[in-house]
Design a protein around this ligand. Sequence first.
Ligand SMILES: Cc1cc2nc3c(=O)[nH]c(=O)nc-3n(C[C@H](O)[C@H](O)[C@H](O)COP(=O)(O)OP(=O)(O)OC[C@H]3O[C@@H](n4cnc5c(N)ncnc54)[C@H](O)[C@@H]3O)c2cc1C
Length: 479
Amino acid sequence: MPNDSPAASKVPESLIDAIKQVVGPKGFIDDPSAMDAYMKDWRGLFHGRSPLVARPASTEETAEVVRLCAEAKVAMVPQAANTGLAGGSVPDESGSQIVVNVSRMNRILGIDPANMTMTVQAGCVLAAVQQAAIDADRLFPLSLAAEGSCQIGGNLSSNAGGNNTVRYGNTRDLVLGLEVVLPDGRIWNGLRSLRKDNAGYDMKHLFIGAEGTLGVITAAVLKLYPSPRSREVAMAAIPDAATALVLLDRLRALAGEFITAFEYMPRIGVEFVTRHVPDASDPFAEPHPGYVLMELTSADPDAPLRDKLETALGSAFEEGLLFDAVLAESEAQAENLWRLREEMSESQKPEGASIKNDITVPVSRMAEFIETCGARVEAAVDGIRVCAFGHVGDGNVHFNLSQPVGMDPQAFLARWDEVAGIVNDAVAEMDGSFAAEHGVGRMRRGYLAKYRGGVELDMMRAIKGALDPDGLMNPGKVL
Ligand SMILES: Cc1cc2nc3c(=O)[nH]c(=O)nc-3n(C[C@H](O)[C@H](O)[C@H](O)COP(=O)(O)OP(=O)(O)OC[C@H]3O[C@@H](n4cnc5c(N)ncnc54)[C@H](O)[C@@H]3O)c2cc1C
């Protein structure tokens, strides 16, 4: 794993004082013990240092903080809820970077039900945005396991995917307008709520997925959808990932417009969850090699979702494609099935060290990837436990590798580069991407040069150079 530890350097006291003046007493944290949570990433892989976490309360305060840092040539790290999984949201170890945390900018600025849009500040927690949409009888469809904590600014900057991408796309697809503080402190107000706007380059897409390297997002106009009024959740027990894709094809033919989620889980993942999560249970009497969790929703309360699911699963069963299937009979049962999927990543922790890869290949090559790459890592590390699960309907799995039972965790993690290299080479062979939805951050920075390089990397560097010539906005991340 890339790990750079620049020499310690100091941020001028005069800058720190000036920022404190701008944001006021509630707008900063400088007590080292209180700062700790802002210094380390969710997985605990990176632990940085900073003299100050600035927590501006408005776009104007953010702009002034950024302007002061730019003038003093001091680097900044934009941060939202710090749940990102690529090490992008924390400062490095030098102590020379100011954290600009957007959490205090957490107001819903407006909802336009007729335009199907909502304007929000960057620090709004995703679950609060979802709830505000529900209160207006609308849906904001972005949904991921971190939704109770993660914030829109972070979702936008990492172009988060999540469980509903198969139907609604990634965060990028859910945005109409943005407001951004540029690395020199200027404010770009692109908070337009238009569905057609071909007036020049579409600037918002540069900042979405830029992981804080091009500016600080302060607000966004989000797309809303009709509220779902009917929902069906089912889980099928299947022999392998290839069957999951056949099932997806069948379901698409019958109920394509209703498929909201289509998630694959291997047996080992279900075992991890049922072993470590007290209220999680396997819905089947027998163990099976793999599972698919699927959800259909519709704005029509009378949509024949159950009929369609039963037809698809029934015919697949008759053809010998699946071993068994359950359709949730209640909300509680549906939540129980979803818990197996949602807890899959966290329940790997008690199993020891894990090497996590967030990869994507064309949907048509997903099963081939899981099989081929699984065999390669098993050949490389005796006893490695492959837990490849997730958004198979989008061609994206979390190809997570748990350490062999009994192995020293540090000895396993010491092989990170070698093992991740095997995975990323297989991804490249299948025309995929080593960063599907979690981003590059600090964790995968080295891979861009190796797997993208050339003209594409040149274009990225040119954009970075044009917007942030001094390299002050989240340095050491992505590029
Ligand atoms: C349990 C769990 C489940 C997850 N599931 C998924 C999933 O299914 N799909 C998925 O895509 N991701 C998933 N994630 C990771 C996901 O990327 C984050 O949870 C979320 O999108 C990041 O939001 P955040 O507010 O925590 O951002 P942070 O972690 O604070 O930041 C993420 C990146 O964005 C930058 N950034 C943050 N705010 C701003 C801003 N206002 N302006 C500019 N840059 C900014 C940071 O510098 C960093 O590079 C999961 C994470 C966890 C912990």
